[in-house]
Structures are given as C-alpha cells and as structure tokens.
Design a protein around this ligand. Sequence first.
Ligand code: ADP
Ligand code: MG
Length: 413
Amino acid sequence: MNIHEYQAKSLLRKHGVPVPNGHAVFSPEQAGEIAYKEFASKGTKVIVLKSQIHAGGRGKGVVHDIHTDKPLQVDDKDVRGVSVLTSGNLADRAYKLAKATIGNKLVTIQTGKEGKVVRRMFIEEGVNIAKEYYLSILLDRNTSQNLIMASTEGGMEIEEVAEHHPEKIIREHIDPVIGFRGFQARRLGMGLGLTGDALKNFVPFIQTLYRAYEDMDCAMLEVNPLVRTNDDKWIALDAKVTFDDNALYRHPEYAELRDTSEEEPLEIEASKYDLNYIKLDGNVGCMVNGAGLAMATMDVIQLAGGKPANFLDVGGGANVNRIANAFRIMLSDPNVKAVFINIFGGIVRCDRVANGIIQASKEVQLTVPCIIRLDGTNAPEAREILEKSGLTFSVGTTLEEAAAKVKQTVDKL
Ligand code: ADP
Ligand code: MG
C-alpha cells in the first residue's frame, strides 16, 4: 500500500524524523488561505507547492488540461508538479497555481503520458538547501535483510544513477538479529563524504529514520532528496512510503491513509472479496487457484501466443460466490478478449467450481470465448456439468489440451 508524501511526512514527524512544516490542501481557495495564514503572514519567505500523486518526478512534470491535454501555464510559465515560490504575493500565486493544477493531470516520467489527476496538494515551507542526497531503506529479498542505500546524487532517479554511476550508490545491509549498528551509520555518512557536524548530525538522523521504517512496517521508504541545510542539519524533503501489506493488520490506523482514487478500480473491487487480482495489459483473462498455478498458467498463455490480461488467484477454498465475483471482475476489463479458467480441485471440488462458473456466466454476459480446464477432485463430474450446461465453453482435460485451445482462440483474435 502506498501513501502520499504529506501523509508519509506526517508519520515521519511523529517518529522524530525532521521534515519541513506543511499543510495539505484540497482546493485553490484553501491553498491561498493556508499560504497566507500559515506561511506568508508569519513571515515565511519561501513556500513550496507540491502536487500529491502516487508517482515521482513531479518537479520536472508538467500539468496538462484534463480535457484538451495541453500543457497549462500560469504567468507564461509551465505549471509543474512542484513549484518553489520565492517572490511576489505568495498566497495569490499559490491560489493561481493550485487552480491550474487541482482537477487537471500531472504528467511525469513515472505516470506515463496519460498522467495522473491531482486532487490534493501540499504547501510546505522552503528549506535552504546546501546539498541534496539520496537515501532509501527497503527489504532486499535476495539477502532477506533490510538494505539502506545512499548516494550523493540526490534528486535524480536512483535507476538513472544505478545505470550511469553505479559506484555512486553505497549500501548497508542490516542484520535482522543485531539491528542497525552505529558503525554502519557512520560508514554510510563517510561514504557520502561527510565530515564534522554534517557527519555528527547524520548518524542520529539515519538511526531515527531506520527506526521509523521498522516501526511503521514499511516495505520501502525513499527520501529523495534528503537535504543537508546550510547549518549542517538533515531534513527529509521528499518521502515515498510503501507499507508492507502483510503487516497492515497491525496498523488499523493506516486505513484512512488509503487513497483509492490512486488505485486500479478493479483491484479495489477484487480486494473486497479477498481475491488476489493484479491487472496486466494483455488480452487473455485468467482465473486460477493458487499463485504457483496462476504463474504457470500465465506462462502457458504466453507460450500460446497470447498475453495475460491479469493475475487472478481465487484462493484454495474458492466457493461459488467467489468464483462468480472473480468472473465478473475479470470480464469488466475491456481488454479481455478470451478467458482461460484453470482450476485444480484439491480443497475445492471441481463440480462446485463448474456450478460457480455456470451461475456466474448467467449473471455476467459472457461475450468472449471461454476455455476451461478443471482437474482434481470430481473432475469428470465437472466436465459433464459444463457440457450439459448448454453454454459455449471450450473444455480441456489436460493443461496441454487447454493450452492448444487457448492458442486456437488467440490465433483468431
Ligand atoms: P519529485 O521527486 O516528485 O520531483 P520532490 O519532493 O523531490 O518531488 O521535489 C523536487 C525538488 O523540488 C527537490 O529536489 C527540491 O530541489 C525541490 N523542493 C522540494 N521541496 C522543497 C522544499 N520544501 N524547499 C525547497 N525546495 C524543495
Ligand atoms: Mg523526490
């Protein structure tokens, strides 16, 4: 689960990590009001207006009109996803920029050219930046350890640094039993070329940040840029947080941080029924039980010349209702031109699955070819039920046979 920058910063602040003061706003009027009340009237000289979307690269991204797709301008300048305001009437400028941004879409390197609609913005005090650095903490699945990565190349995408200057990324793996040790914090700081107060202040900063990562149950915490100020203090200027979904049950308070407008609508719908559904961009919908079989099925579709439209694992104990819902969700994707159902009846009996499919195809208009392979407990009964249903399914007994049918179908698309 991902959250917005302003939410991440508010959590980090609670965990003792220094972040700039800021307020989220939801309308241009509110942007103008907050810019005046909280900042300009209190003597703040520099404010920063930041679009809140679940994607990075906002600083270089440009806001486009939602209807015409044309880049938007205020005072003859492109409206960007991050604007640093240093002069003029700050409240008035914040209002104008927010008016141009909210409800329109921001196109960045990470959103793709279709962009993302901006519904919230964040107004923050400007920070005096001596230098920008890169810092992230994530779970390294190869070593089963948390990994801290740091670089002097702040503000750049880390993928870019990894490609062109891999030597500029320094890494520390954290032993889960021993934890993050002082010498590792110092080694990171020295790796960044820090000395004196900058190094002295970096050590507690990174230790606090690491503790926040653990206590918040993150799967990833990226601070890019991490900023060193002119007086050698450290501030998280940007924050991208991904929670570990398996730990969400420990944090019921995170539920309200969810912004479903940022998520794939079909995936939200699927999560209501406990279905593991991930939308992909192919044309063959697949419905499978068990993640391993789902992956094998996607491979088979690919080998047959098709492209999976989704990953969908209905789970071991799939009942009729679940199958019906899975069917409905899969078919609501307009890209789906054929469906392949591949279920192994271990706990769930194949005849039940067959009845579920029949019931579901009565509820949802099945307008695309559907290939079914059911194997395991009561497979022959299931086949009979499907054949007698009068519905036009194509039934395969073995995976090979079903794959051949998928191929025939795909070839005709
Ligand atoms: P993104 O990564 O989406 O481009 P960032 O939050 O990293 O967005 O902001 C982009 C750049 O804008 C930063 O690298 C920094 O130079 C500048 N910036 C962001 N927030 C502030 C701030 N509070 N004060 C000063 N400059 C800022
Ligand atoms: Mg950033």
